[in-house]
Design a protein around this ligand. Structure first.
Ligand code: SF4
Length: 256
């Protein structure tokens, strides 16, 4: 059966097929609602979205206004069932990290004039096998020379390398959608905003590399179809189990 796939969906299958089954086939609602890392990242995303929406309206949001928005969103959405894999870290620690991301990003981009074309997209594009691919771009910008910038906010404390950016499938797939939708695009640059380091990593794809990303995605979807037909979703315990929301019901959970 054809369906809609996304970067996070096929990455979940690659990480642990059993987790994929629990999440996407059985659709189990876990007791743990979210990880604190994902929660903090979500509030940071919402804050940056507000920043650009205000700017697009001709407003000039201040640093204090953004921090107030961050704080209020945090308080409104934080729940006690958010999972802390690092027990030595507190809610206040993560909130402070998120606020630092907001301040650093604001200072770096408050005067940037580039046009923001789209925020937090909810689009799909067709894959060659008849399935659809979910296109969720954090921020899409374009300059007057026809250069488009697919920007992804990274809240991880681990610094990602240029090599990783050059191979990243998520950004590579999004460049297909941009080239198809924006016919004036002369180039599509892929940008990771590494918020913990207050710096960016840039990358770009050739047509051959884009084709390779597309083939890889179709191949993983084939593996998912096969696993579904055979009902064969083996658990793949790893260090990532500590961040898995199904750890309370998984017999293969391997905590640290
Ligand atoms: S706890 Fe580990 S093995 Fe179990 S579903 Fe989650 S990631 Fe897979």
């Amino acid at each position: 059966m054809k369906g809609i796939y996304s970067h996070s969906k096929i990455s979940t299958f690659e990480q642990c097929p059993y987790k994929y089954k629990l999440q996407y086939i059985d659709k189990i609602k876990p007791d743990l609602k979210n990880t604190i890392e994902a929660f903090m990242g979500g509030i940071v995303h919402e804050t940056f979205e507000k920043f650009y929406k205000d700017k697009n309206l001709g407003l000039s949001p201040t640093r204090e206004e953004l921090l107030k928005f961050f704080e209020e969103s945090w308080v409104k959405q934080f729940t006690k069932d958010i999972h802390f894999a690092k027990e030595y870290m507190t809610e206040e620690n993560y909130k402070a990290i998120g606020k630092r991301f907001v301040v650093d990003y604001y200072e770096r981009f408050k005067n940037q004039k580039i046009k923001v074309v789209a925020l937090e997209t909810e689009e799909t594009m067709a894959l060659p096998d008849g399935n659809e691919w979910h296109v969720r771009i954090d921020k899409l910008c374009a300059d007057s020379k026809g250069n488009y910038y697919v920007c992804d906010y990274k809240t991880s404390s681990r610094k990602k390398s240029q090599e990783e950016a050059d191979k990243d499938r998520q950004l590579g797939m999004y460049s297909i959608w941009v080239k198809d939708k924006y016919k004036d695009a002369k180039s599509v640059k892929l940008v990771w905003h590494m918020l913990a380091f207050n710096e960016d990593v840039f990358s770009e794809r050739t047509d051959e590399q884009i084709d390779a990303h597309r083939k890889e995605v179709v191949e993983v979807i084939k593996q998912i179809d096969k696993a579904t037909q055979e009902n064969n979703f083996p658990a793949n315990p790893s260090a990532l189990c500590n961040y898995c929301l199904f750890q309370n019901i998984c017999p293969s959970f391997q905590g640290n």
